[in-house]
Ligand binder design. Structure first.
Ligand SMILES: Cc1cc2nc3c(=O)[nH]c(=O)nc-3n(C[C@H](O)[C@H](O)[C@H](O)COP(=O)(O)OP(=O)(O)OC[C@H]3O[C@@H](n4cnc5c(N)ncnc54)[C@H](O)[C@@H]3O)c2cc1C
Length: 484
C-alpha cells in the first residue's frame, strides 16, 4: 500500500471529473509542486454538466450554456486558462415569461422574481394580483426565525401570483425546483436577511437592485465562451495534461469510484468492475461527485455526513436542442423565455441560442439553434417518453409561444440529465453544515461540487478551488506530522 512519506510526493485522488473535480485537481498541482493527482471520472468524458454535442454537424452546448459574470470566478478561470479572448457576452439578455398564452418581458426591477417597489408587472400579473403584491403584508410572526420555503414566504407576503408567475419560473431556470420546497435561506440570501429582520421584501429588492449587482448596473450580468461553455472542461483538461502539470496528473475516464476507506496511512479508493477490482492509495481525497454518489462514497469514512448528503433531493431534466431551417422561422424575441409551471406546459424554458450568442448564429447561414428545457422537480414521469416525442412536444409548445408553427427541425438532440440538479430545500444550510462538520473530522478528505454552496458555474469553481486549497494544506500538515 502506498503511504505518505516525507521523501515521497503526495498522491491526491479526485473523484468526479466535472467542473468542481477538474478545478480542485488543478488547484492541488498548482499549490503543491510535488503533488501527484489522479482524477477518476465514471463516464467516458470529463466535464459533467458542461458538455458539447453535435447537432446538424455543429458543436453546441447541451448542458450549461452561460455563466454569471458578476461573480468573478468563471471569467477569471477562463482568463487564467489563456482563453480570455474567447469570452463573449450575450447579444441579447432580454428574456420573457410565457404566461397565460402571451410572452411578457421579465420585469427588470425584480430580484429572483420578487418585484422591487414600482416594478412594472402589468400584463404578467392581473390588476388584482399586482395590487396584492403592492400591499405587501407582514409574515404572521413578523420576523422569521427558521428557514422557510421561498414559495410559502413570498406567497404569504406578496400573494400567490408573484410566486407562480415570477419567482417559480426564475427559480426553475436555476434549480429546476419548486418554490414551495426550495429554501429561502439557501437560494435567496438577501431576501432571507430581510425575512429575519422583518423588513419589506420589495424594499430590499429595490435596495439590492440599486446596489448594482443586477441588470441595469452597466456590467454584463452573464458571459459565455465562444464555441460553448462545454469548452471549459476541455481547456482545464489541456492545462492539466499538458505543460508543467502533465507529468503529475492522471485523468482516468470510464473509472467509477465504488468505495472509499480511511486507514492509518491515508485513503484507499476502490475502482473497476467487481471482476477486476483495483485499490488506489491516496494521501488525500477530494469527492467531487453529485450528492447521491458522494453519500455512497462517504458511508464508511464519514457516516453522518453520508446520511445528511443522502437527504439532498435532486431534480431530473432534459435539454432538447433543435436545428431549425432559418427560412420559415418567426422572429425570435430576445434570448428566450421561462414558463410558469401552473400553466401546465411541458417545457419550463427555452433559449434562442442563435439570437443569444453571436458564435452560434454564425455556425450556419441556413440554421437557427433553439433549445428547450424540460422537467421540474417531482415531475420525473414527464420525462419518461421517447426522444422523438419530447422533440415533437417541445417544437409544438415553442411554436405556440411564438404564435407561429415552427418548421420541422433539420436535426435535434435530447440530452437527459437524470438527477442533474441538487435541490436546496428548506434546511439546506444546516444539512450542509452537518456534512462539512462530519468531513472536517477526517483529515485529508474534502468535498466539492454543486450540492453545497451554489449550483452555478462560478460557485462550483469556488467550491473546487477551496477543496483544492484545503487539500494542499492538509497534505502539508500530514507531511509535517510524518516528518516529526
Ligand atoms: C441542464 C443544466 C443546465 C445548466 N445550465 C447552467 C448554466 O447555464 N449556467 C450555470 O452557471 N450553471 C448551469 N447549470 C449548473 C452547472 O452546470 C452545474 O451545477 C455544474 O456544472 C456541476 O459541476 P460539478 O462538478 O459539481 O458536477 P458534475 O458536472 O455533475 O460532475 C460530477 C462528475 O462526477 C462523475 N461521477 C459521479 N459519480 C462518480 C463516481 N462514483 N466515480 C467517478 N466519477 C463519478 C460524473 O460522471 C460527473 O462527470 C446547469 C445544470 C444543468 C443540469
Amino acid at each position: 500500500m502506498f503511504a505518505l512519506r516525507t521523501d515521497l510526493n503526495p498522491h491526491v485522488v479526485v473523484i468526479g471529473g466535472g467542473l468542481a473535480g477538474l478545478v480542485a485537481a488543478r488547484e492541488v498541482v498548482r499549490g503543491d509542486p510535488g503533488a501527484r493527482v489522479t482524477v477518476l471520472e465514471a463516464t467516458d468524458r470529463f466535464g459533467g454538466k458542461l458538455r458539447l454535442e453535435s447537432v446538424a454537424g455543429h458543436q453546441v452546448d447541451v448542458g450549461a450554456e452561460a455563466m454569471l459574470a458578476v461573480r468573478p470566478e468563471g471569467v477569471d478561470l477562463v482568463h487564467d486558462l489563456g482563453a480570455g479572448s474567447d469570452l463573449v457576452t450575450p447579444a441579447t439578455t432580454s428574456a420573457s415569461i410565457w404566461s397565460r398564452g402571451a410572452l411578457y418581458a421579465v420585469p427588470r426591477a425584480t430580484l429572483m422574481g420578487v418585484p422591487a417597489v414600482g416594478a412594472e408587472v402589468s400584463g404578467l400579473l392581473t390588476v388584482e394580483e399586482a395590487a396584492r403584491a403592492e400591499a405587501e403584508v407582514d409574515w404572521p410572526t413578523g420576523a422569521v426565525a427558521d428557514d422557510v420555503s421561498v414559495g410559502d414566504y413570498v406567497e404569504a407576503r406578496l400573494g400567490s401570483a408573484v410566486v407562480d408567475r415570477l419567482v417559480e419560473p426564475l427559480l426553475g431556470g436555476v434549480y429546476a425546483g419548486r418554490a414551495g420546497e426550495l429554501s429561502l435561506a439557501a437560494t435567496m440570501p438577501a431576501l432571507w436577511q430581510a425575512a429575519r429582520a422583518g423588513e419589506s421584501l420589495r424594499t430590499v429588492a429595490s435596495r439590492v437592485l440599486g446596489a448594482g449587482s443586477a441588470p441595469g448596473s452597466g456590467r454584463p450580468m452573464f458571459a459565455g465562451i465562444r464555441g460553448g461553455m462545454g469548452r471549459l472542461p476541455e481547456l482545464l483538461r489541456a492545462d492539466l495534461t499538458g505543460g508543467e502539470f502533465g507529468a503529475r496528473v492522471w485523468l482516468r475516464e470510464n473509472t467509477i469510484a465504488r468505495a472509499l476507506v480511511h486507514h492509518d496511512e491515508g485513503f484507499a479508493v476502490l475502482v473497476g468492475p467487481t471482476t477486476d477490482e483495483e485499490w488506489l492509495e491516496a494521501d488525500a481525497v477530494v469527492v467531487a461527485t453529485p450528492a447521491p454518489a458522494a453519500a455512497r462514497l462517504l458511508t464508511a469514512v464519514a457516516p453522518r455526513g453520508a446520511r445528511a448528503l443522502a437527504a439532498i433531493p435532486t431534480a431530473s431534466s432534459a435539454v432538447v436542442t433543435m436545428a431549425l431551417p432559418r427560412a420559415g422561422m418567426p422572429a425570435l424575441p430576445g434570448s428566450g423565455f421561462l414558463v410558469p409551471g401552473v400553466d401546465g406546459h411541458l417545457i419550463k424554458g427555452a433559449t434562442f441560442s442563435s439570437a443569444k450568442w453571436a458564435w452560434t448564429d454564425a455556425l450556419s447561414p441556413e440554421l437557427v439553434f433553439v433549445r428547450a428545457s424540460v422537467g421540474r422537480a417531482g415531475e420525473e414521469s414527464a420525462l419518461h417518453v421517447a426522444d422523438a416525442d419530447l422533440v415533437a412536444v417541445c417544437a409544438g409548445e415553442l411554436g405556440e409561444a411564438l404564435g407561429h408553427r415552427l418548421p420541422a427541425p433539420v436535426d435535434s438532440q435530447v440530452q437527459r440529465w437524470g438527477g442533474g440538479l441538487p435541490q436546496y430545500v428548506v434546511g439546506h444550510l444546516e444539512r450542509i453544515a452537518a456534512v462539512r462538520a462530519a468531513v472536517a473530522a477526517v483529515p485529508g478528505l474534502e468535498l466539492a461540487g454543486a450540492a453545497y454552496e451554489g449550483v452555478g458555474i462560478p460557485a462550483v469553481i469556488a467550491s473546487g478551488t477551496t477543496a483544492g486549497r484545503e487539500t494542499v494544506q492538509a497534505v502539508r500538515r500530514l507531511r509535517r506530522t510524518e516528518g516529526e
